[in-house]
Design a binder for this molecule. Structure first.
Ligand code: FUL
Length: 694
């Protein structure tokens, strides 16, 4: 009895005595870093001269008169970003073509000489005010490369560049991030010189001085470039970081245009500086608005993947919105942003780990300050820490009753550096531990996704750490199954594929045009369709019976026995792309041809036709799109009959499938000719050609 009281007393004393926190390991984040990490998700806006010239990189030879938005409304941008759950906006104040969105004193190439607001506009002012109104932070992109400036390449240009930076950081309130692009293509207009100018990216812009200006005028702003000094590019524009992602790097090795940029995707375990990754990608193929990409706004599954592969992999997510020629975020983009917000909110709606009993194998100094319960107390300042001597410390959540889990959010207490190198997650299933995942780094935030598993306990084992662990937060969730309409495709031959991103939902379909319900046929992976039919499909979540929107696709006769038998020019052997059931592959005739180009297809047998279809090429930089066509048919391949000719209206800007009807006719051979194409010569391209039979 006496000894147990003594023991209790010891415990209480240990709980009260001051225990030193773990020593920081390696470089640690600054205050401005910490504020930036909390930003997580914010918007990039590419809107500038390129919006009006339909380009990605302007030459610098544009005229200010070309900048002419009709309905420009920066408050709409801010509202959309806010509704999307974003925390800030970074605007392309000046892109490589040199046009400035504010009335700078440094050049005439700016809004002040444009028709917008009769030259009295200042977009930086409008946007910074809109951001303030909507509680968003404001950031600027300023391209060092300037293809307009006549003095580019001289020291005078660098003085102008620094002055532009000063104007931007002085006149528009608080700036949270300054974005310096590493791109430099050399050639440009340069005040009319039209030549290539080489500069040394490492020295020309006087980076030390540039940094000093930012520090002087906006001490809380982080500076982005390939290698910082504060935050880094993630080494790809596709929207992902590596699973292993260190917030530290050997920064002094990096410079703008660094050839080993793939290392930016995972950082350096032995980094010398805190240099966390920002994942920048666009919601469309391009950074700037192009009407031809209106139908190519990223899908919800794609955006969700990007979310989990950026924020879920220790990066911040900078999602670009190409504001359109009206000066508005396009409605298609807004719709997808809101869909993403809704899904992410649903994924993290119900925190299962809150209030659960948590125990750790090792608590620093047995002290309450470092208790395991700090990871689920809802407070990011407190953290669980182990002793210096701890070996493979573990932390365990006890559900008491078996509970389904499929997401885990983990956060390290990064003011002490990034420490975890390897960790494992186990779930207790019917009394037995089952390995769920083995992973590497955590950092500010790591999100694990796995198949739903019913567990009574969840255990994390930190099997390799640079020192004692310091974990501030762990959250557990059962995200709902992702319910989006199935993607319907036909493979060459006649197999139909119905695809959904979440394998835990069921697919039901019909082939008779009726709307599918849960009593319609369930897709089991095999579906053959060898005659014309409309496939309609829905996804149903078996958990709650909820169903997706209906996906619909019409397929005419299968094309697996088709052959292209003649082309005007080009390689006959590679023509499959013309009818391979996939508009994303294409075939094109020779370049530099001056006569209208055509393809002749043999369908194998005679069909009763009443129309044809043409998918234009879906490449990011399309070419050879047929704008005016002639369509002819033949039963014997010798005598041809022209059955349709005309224009595919607006096909260049809206690259969707074109359907053309004609009077019923019999045909075994079909011929599509590009009478006019979009391009400098007659080269024609074909995403997919099809027929409509009776
Ligand atoms: C790149 C630029 O060249 C692109 O035009 C775009 O601004 C992107 C964000 O960065 O390096």
């Amino acid at each position: 009895m006496k000894s147990s009281i003594y023991f209790l007393l010891l415990l209480v004393l240990a709980g009260c005595k001051k225990v030193e926190p773990p020593e920081p390991i390696g470089p640690i984040p600054s205050e401005r870093h910490l504020a930036w990490h909390d930003m997580q998700y914010y918007a990039f806006i590419h809107f500038n001269m390129n919006t009006f010239t339909d380009m990605e990189w302007g030459t610098g030879g544009e005229k200010p008169e070309q900048f002419n938005p009709t309905e420009l409304d920066a408050r709409q941008w801010a509202r959309v970003a806010k509704d999307a759950g974003m925390k800030g906006i970074i605007i392309t104040a000046k892109h490589h073509d040199g046009f400035c969105l504010w009335p700078t004193k440094t050049t005439e190439h700016s809004v002040k000489n444009s028709p917008w607001k009769d030259g009295n506009g200042d977009l930086l002012k409008d946007l910074s005010e809109a951001c303030k109104e909507y509680g968003l932070k404001f950031g600027i992109y300023l391209s060092p490369w300037d293809r307009n400036a006549g003095n580019y390449g001289e020291p005078e240009y660098v003085a102008d560049f620094h002055e532009q930076l000063r104007e931007l950081l002085t006149n528009y309130g608080e700036v949270f991030e300054v974005w310096f692009d590493g791109a430099n293509g050399g050639s440009g207009y340069y005040g009319g010189a039209n030549e290539t100018r080489k500069i040394d990216n490492k020295t020309y812009y006087e980076w030390d001085k540039t940094t000093e200006i930012v520090r002087e005028l906006q001490p809380n702003a982080v500076i982005f470039s390939d290698g910082g000094p504060d935050i880094r590019w993630v080494g790809t524009e596709e929207g992902w970081a590596n699973e292993t992602n260190w917030s530290v790097m050997r920064r002094d090795e990096i410079y703008p245009g660094w050839p080993r940029y793939v290392e930016l995707r995972s950082g350096h375990e032995d980094g010398t500086h805190w240099l966390p990754a920002e994942v920048n990608t666009s919601i469309r193929p391009g950074w700037y608005y192009h009407p031809r990409e209106d139908h190519q706004v990223k899908t919800l599954p794609r955006l969700i993947k990007t979310y989990y592969e950026s924020i879920g992999r220790n990066g911040n997510f900078l999602l670009n919105l190409p504001v359109d020629t009206r000066g508005l975020v396009h409605e298609n983009d807004e719709k997808q942003l809101l869909a993403l917000k809704k899904q992410i909110d649903a994924d993290f709606a119900n925190e299962l780990g809150k209030g659960l009993e948590v125990t750790a194998s090792d608590v620093r100094g047995s002290n309450k300050k470092y208790a395991a319960s700090n990871v689920n107390d809802g407070n990011n300042e407190t953290y669980w820490a182990s002793n210096d001597s701890a070996f493979r410390p573990t932390i365990t959540f006890d559900f008491k009753t078996p509970t389904e889990v499929n997401r885990i959010v983990l956060q390290e207490h990064i003011p002490l550096g990034q420490r975890v190198k390897v960790f494992m997650v186990h779930g207790e299933v019917e009394g037995k531990w089952k390995l769920i995942d083995t992973q590497t780094t955590i950092g500010y935030k790591r999100i694990l996704r796995f198949d739903p598993l019913e567990v009574s306990k969840i255990r994390m084992t930190f099997s390799s750490v640079k020192g004692p662990v310091a974990i501030s937060n762990i959250e557990l969730y059962r995200a709902p199954n992702l319910l989006v309409e199935p993607e319907i495709n036909r493979y060459p031959k006649h197999g139909i594929s119905l695809k959904v991103p979440d394998k835990n939902v069921n697919i039901h379909y019909t082939l008779d045009g009726s709307t599918p319900t849960k009593s319609s046929k369930q897709f089991n992976g095999h579906l053959m369709l060898d005659k014309p039919a409309t496939v309609k499909a829905i996804a149903i979540n078996p958990e709650d019976g909820k169903q997706s929107a209906v996906a619909t696709k019409y397929f005419d006769i299968p094309k697996w026995n088709w052959k292209v038998i003649k082309v005007s020019t080009g390689d006959l052997g590679t023509t499959r792309g013309v009818f391979d059931e996939n508009p994303n592959t294409f075939w094109a005739t020779d370049e530099n041809v001056s006569k209208p180009q055509e393809v002749v297809i043999d369908m194998g047998v005679v069909h009763n036709l009443k129309g044809f279809t043409y998918w234009p090429i879906q490449e990011r930089y399309p070419f050879g799109i047929i704008t005016n066509y002639e369509f002819s048919v033949s039963t014997n391949g010798r005598n041809w009959k022209l059955v349709a000719s005309g224009e595919f209206a607006n096909i260049v800007n809206s690259r969707l499938e074109q359907k053309v009807d004609f009077p019923k006719t019999q045909a075994r051979y079909i011929k599509l000719k590009g009478v006019k194409v979009d391009g400098e010569n007659m080269r024609a391209s074909f995403g997919e050609v099809g027929v409509i039979t009776e």
